[in-house]
Design a protein around this ligand. Structure first.
Ligand SMILES: [Zn+2]
Length: 258
């Protein structure tokens, strides 16, 4: 079984200090590639170093809506330099209406600037969206979709929104959150996703899937997400692994080392 972790944060200090064993366990459970997302300027260097040391780690750089405070005046130029210096995606970026303080205006300005940069540099985006689905949809329509494709990570939107998002160029990624038995909304959304748009992720070190040991998630747990997703869809874990690996490889082909 070959697995592609479409969203994780290996630079997080909960994982970075014991990365050798984390990567070994990932390899043993079939994880062949990981898209590793930076969330603010202060961790872009760490993401870059990881990707340079480990060819299976695909880097992505962005400013997450939780980390708007502390960005420098030159953040957008710095981001462009990181993106130009190596094949890489844009993210994690997005909108969050559940965070305090919300600062919608700032969130949207930073998000839109990064969407436009991704389009100009022809890079795929990794989107975060929490309780802001209507606004996300409006902005994506206004921006003409995501120019070079992208994914919505740990999808928590409705089943009805899946098709319109797919039509705007997005893949839909599910984390361990969907494997919880009470998550009926997640199960319905998962069932609505087109097979060729489906992705799976761990969001390590957050969101351990049902059945994972400990509270710090890691890419090796992606096998649990694959089997949880397979259960909900009435498919085999191998089908989920193969389909999502092919989908992530297609979406990220332009930024992966061969
Ligand atoms: Zn994340």
């Amino acid at each position: 079984m070959q697995l592609f972790d479409a969203h994780c944060h290996l630079q997080d200090e909960r994982l970075a200090g014991r990365l050798a064993e984390v990567l070994k366990r990932a390899e043993r459970s079939g994880v062949r590639r990981m898209l590793c997302c930076g969330c603010h300027e202060r961790n872009w260097d760490a993401v870059l170093a990881l990707a340079q040391a480990h060819p299976e780690i695909v880097p992505s750089f962005g400013i997450h809506p939780w980390y708007l405070v502390g960005r420098t005046d030159g953040w957008l130029e710095t981001l462009e330099r990181f993106l130009l210096d190596q094949p890489s995606g844009v993210g994690e970026i997005g909108l969050d209406h559940a965070v305090t303080p919300r600062a919608d205006e700032k969130q949207e300005a930073v998000f839109i600037a990064q969407l436009r940069l991704a389009r100009r540099l022809k890079r795929p985006v990794s989107l975060h969206c929490r309780k802001a689905w209507e606004r996300l949809r409006e902005i994506l329509i206004q921006e003409g979709g995501v120019g070079w494709g992208g994914l919505i990570h740990s999808y928590s939107g409705s089943a009805e929104l899946v098709r319109p998002l797919e039509e705007m160029g997005l893949y839909i990624s599910f984390s361990g959150a969907v494997t919880r038995s009470g998550n009926k909304r997640g199960h319905r959304a998962l069932a609505a996703v087109s097979p060729e748009r489906l992705l799976i992720e761990t969001d390590s070190p957050d969101l351990p899937p049902a059945g994972a040991a400990g509270t710090v998630n890691e890419p090796a747990n992606l096998a649990l997400v694959a089997s949880g997703v397979a259960n909900i869809l009435g498919r085999l874990p191998d089908w989920v692994a193969e389909q999502t690996f092919a989908n992530a490889s297609r979406l990220l082909a332009g930024i992966m080392k061969s």
